[in-house]
Design a protein around this ligand. Sequence first.
Ligand code: ZN
Length: 233
Amino acid sequence: MDKKFLTKLLKSLGERLAGKNANAIIELLVGKKDVNEFKIAEKTGLTINQVRNVLYKLAHHNLISAIRKKDKRKGWYIYYWTLDSIRALELLIEMIDKEIKRIEHEIKKRETKSFYVCPICETEFSEETALLYEFTCPECGEVLQLVDSQKYLKELKKRATTLEQEIIEVRKIRDELMEEKKKRETKKKAARQKKKERKKKTAGKKKTMKKSAARGKRKRSGKKKKESRKRKK
Ligand SMILES: [Zn+2]
């Protein structure tokens, strides 16, 4: 797992969703659990309100969650935050996927339709609209020119390729994180199972001890009965 790359991805996502202050906060949260919000403020040099502002925005997208604990001394609640890296990467994948689809749509449009532009206002028109204005700009009256989309198309295609590579990388990291999570959970489950079995064993021992004790008692009382019968005779 390339943790540096993961942090970079999460920081850029955080900044897009919650502004520049998210950078330092995400950096602090990656790979940790239940981080005290006052500690975040202290370590990032941000005010508690700035920190909460970012955290609430990230929470709005379900990227982080909090538990609250009462501070016994001060009597107020403190929130402890955990970043859900898998959910964050899933959102990032969704966003990249959407962007790729938008670009593909734009490429198709540019390849199949003509566009016109006013050389002075630089406003662009579809062929239908240009025809409606008889190929003169409605603002300044200049004759509209046919747009050469080749350069723009090249840029769009390059961008799409970059994004397609990016989404593969992000998916790979997400899968690695999910694999790690699964391993952690199996380990925990195994530990729980072991504990249960150990409890059963000790409980079982106690039961057999009780049983044998009871059996002993019965034997003893049986003897007593026989003895008392003997005495009666
Ligand atoms: Zn014009």
